[in-house]
Design a protein. Structure first.
Lengths: 356, 390
């Protein structure tokens, strides 16, 4: 196959590209320029958006022996990922920008461009497996990224190559060193959000939302509506959060309080005891099916946040999903994805809008 | 085998230049040393200076060797600004064409940011040629310097340097011109045009990378940027790179000496390339000037395509060209040259530069013509996916 290897400048995508080449594919390396101003996104060696990362990706492509280009996706990334991230926080939700990037950029804008240019597929360094066209968890549970790929449909998966799903991260680093990919072999893993350069998500959100007058300052109230304090922006809060509430008066029973709900327009943040976080029902929208679409209720394991635990549940598909958990789960933030698994296989995903 | 059509980026080193360079690499001698080996090295440098002076119509003492075009442009813009501003603090303005290379543009903008200069970007017309009327209006006694390139590196448009000099000198303002694309391509005569400073570089005319020169009138005040041994007239310090200078001079002499025959041959190849590419892709648009143009430059836009897509697809077929865009972070941006010429963003992003040179052959043109049709069709499909305007 003629394939485009998306190369971030990190170790995983470099080894993925090298493996695709070793498997006999005709590989072209592509670094995605996602920042309008490369200095403004992440700096240092951890992320994917700097000049150094672009250079590291180029050097890795040299070593592997494949052509290399930079594709400018900065406008699309800004509109579809960064602005969406801000809108979601402004609406009181907690989005996952990596899912959004996979759905709108890596396996949409990039894949569509690649297919139009005569390529057959896109190769990435995600830790997940494709088995007969179906998406499965990676063998390395600590690195499994099937959750952030749960937004891909069967057509997208059919044009995707994931060479790393059968390998453990430690072995990928070892392999990078053996393949002479010295510049990337020891680079630290990226964990934070690539477009927030210093990792200070709160500070970044505060600045950007203030510019848009969407910071939504408001009251912190208990479940009875009694005001306990004020805050300068609802974006600082995530459902399930305990730290950083800065409430002067302790709870009458002395127990810690958690964020239960965020009402975006008024900026009202409701707090309460831990048990009030327990939910058994989720409502979710924008279902995406990684394989055949299901119409009847089905039992599945559901994952409710990146690297979160799996919960048993019954998923009832309709326009959206109704998800009934068999055991209560705690701290489920609207905006996150619910990804349904059948064993290791990803069935599909939807975006959580409400919990009860 | 690849067809190399990016001579404006860098062109193969001439065998004679390689010979001159390797000959000197085997010798020892610092051109500033006082013993026999030093005198031998100095002699090579001074002969090179004389050769270059003869080729571009200046006096040998006016040639200041540098590490290349970027250093020469920086020395001209900053060195002239500081010297002229020191003489008369009212001289704050720098007049530069909007289509200058970043070595000039960014040097001028740096002076604006850090030294209180005021940069005036001179407009060009749709062909990329300086608007002389607007230039004349912008001229006044408070102008520290003017910098207008001899030939644009992207679209190949030649600038009216003689007219620029005449107008500027009427106000007593010195003129610098970046001629790195012009020397060996079109007649360049420092004395006849009266320019006060001129940049040329080795690797655009068959010499090695890393060596160039600023030709600058002796009586013109120029502040040094690089301090040390004062080797070059006290305005440029650093041990002279004798082998590179010898090769540079050899290449200048040959390129200028062969220019007429070269321009006729390469110009005909270029015309053939443009005609046949437009035959295959009738919607392709030639950018720049027909009349005032470098012989080796073909610059075309392919509506509905991204130049980056075309470049990649042609590269895969062994055809090497350029999008001509600034690419500092590897992030392609729409060319400031095309935008200054009034092109829209999509038009600017859809462009490719094919630049021919001394080693170009009809087979190179054939390779472009053979590959461009399929590349265009694919890039067009990718353009539709990306929502580009046709």
């Amino acid at each position: 196959m003629r394939v485009v290897a998306a190369m971030s400048g990190g170790v995983d995508s470099a080894v993925a590209a090298a493996r695709a080449k070793a498997a006999g594919h005709d590989v072209t390396g592509v670094h995605l320029a996602l920042s309008r101003n490369p200095q403004s996104y992440r700096s240092g060696a951890r992320g994917c958006c700097t000049i150094e990362d672009s250079n590291d990706a180029r050097r890795a492509a040299d070593v592997i022996g494949i052509p290399f280009y930079v594709w400018d996706l900065s406008d699309r990334f800004h509109a579809d990922v960064v602005e969406d991230f801000l809108d979601e926080y402004a609406a009181g939700r907690t989005p996952n920008p990596c899912l959004r990037c996979n759905e709108k950029i890596k396996f949409a804008a990039v894949l569509d461009r690649a297919l139009a240019l005569g390529f057959d597929a896109v190769v990435t360094g995600h830790y997940a497996r494709l088995v007969d066209g179906a998406l499965h968890r990676a063998v390395d549970p600590g690195k499994d990224q099937s959750y952030v790929l749960g937004v891909l449909d069967a057509a997208q998966l059919a044009s995707t190559v994931l060479p790393l799903g059968d390998t453990r991260k430690v072995d990928v680093r070892q392999e990078a060193a053996e393949r002479g990919l010295a510049t990337v072999a020891d680079k630290p893993d990226s964990h934070d959000i690539c477009f927030i350069s210093d990792g200070d998500t709160g500070g970044w959100l505060g600045e950007k939302l203030a510019e848009r007058e969407l910071a939504h300052a408001g009251a912190i109230v208990d479940r009875d509506g009694t005001e306990l304090g004020r805050h300068d922006g609802s974006y600082r809060f995530t459902v399930g959060q305990r730290k950083g509430l800065r409430i002067g008066t302790p709870a009458p029973d002395g127990r810690p309080r958690y964020v239960l709900d965020i009402e975006p327009v008024s900026g009202t943040v409701t707090v309460g005891p831990r048990e009030a976080l327990d939910v058994t029902r989720l409502d979710a929208v924008r279902p995406r099916w990684c394989g055949p679409q299901r119409t009847e209720p089905f039992e599945a394991g559901v994952q409710l946040r990146a690297h979160g635990a799996e919960h048993r549940a019954v998923v009832t598909p309709g326009d959206g999903w109704r998800v009934d958990l068999l055991e209560p789960a705690s701290g489920i933030a609207p905006g996150q994805a619910v990804v349904a698994y059948d064993g290791d296989r990803v069935v599909g995903s939807a975006t959580i809008t409400a919990t009860s | 085998m690849s067809a190399y059509l990016d001579h404006a980026a860098t062109t193969p080193v001439l065998p004679e230049a390689v010979a001159a360079m390797t000959d000197q690499l085997l010798r020892v001698g610092n051109a500033s040393s006082l013993h026999a080996s030093g005198r031998d090295a100095r002699r090579v440098v001074e002969e090179a200076r004389e050769t270059i002076a003869a080729a571009v119509g200046c006096r040998p003492g006016e040639v200041v060797f540098t590490s290349g075009g970027t250093e020469a442009d920086n020395l001209a813009v900053k060195g002239l600004w500081w010297a002229r501003h020191d003489e008369d603090p009212r001289r704050r303005r720098i007049l530069v064409s909007a289509i200058e290379h970043h070595a000039v543009l960014d040097a001028a903008h740096w002076l604006a940011e850090h030294e209180g200069a005021e940069v005036v970007l001179l407009e060009v017309d749709g062909e990329g040629r300086l608007d002389l009327a607007a230039f004349e209006t912008a001229l006044a006694d408070d102008v520290a310097l003017v910098s207008v390139m001899w030939a644009n590196n992207e679209v190949g448009t030649l600038q009216p340097v003689e007219e620029v000099v005449a107008l500027a000198h009427a106000h007593g303002v010195p003129v610098h011109t970046d001629a790195v694309q012009a020397v060996g391509q079109v007649p360049v005569d420092v004395g006849a045009t009266g320019v006060d400073a001129l940049t040329l570089t080795g690797h655009k005319l068959g010499g090695p990378c890393g060596v160039g020169a600023l030709v600058v009138r002796r009586e013109l005040p120029l502040t040094a940027l690089q301090h040390g041994g004062g080797q070059e007239r006290d305005v440029r310090s650093g041990t002279l790179d004798v082998p590179a200078i010898a090769a540079f001079a050899t290449a200048v002499e040959l390129a200028v000496g062969r220019r007429e025959k070269y321009a006729a041959r390469v110009g005909a190849l270029r015309d053939d390339l443009v005609r046949r590419v437009v035959e295959v892709v009738p919607s392709a648009v030639v950018n720049g000037s027909t009349e005032h143009r470098l012989p080796g430059n073909a610059h075309l836009s392919f509506p509905g395509c991204e130049g980056d897509s075309l470049l990649m697809l042609l590269d895969a077929q062994g055809v090497e060209c350029s999008t001509g865009s600034a690419c500092s972070a590897g992030v392609p941006q729409a060319s400031h040259v095309l935008l200054a010429m009034g092109c829209g963003d999509d038009h600017a992003r859809s462009s490719l530069r094919f630049s021919l040179g001394h080693s170009s052959t009809p087979a190179d043109v054939d390779a472009v013509v053979a590959a461009i049709g399929a590349a265009y069709e694919r890039a067009r499909r990718a353009g539709v996916v990306a929502g580009l305007s046709a």
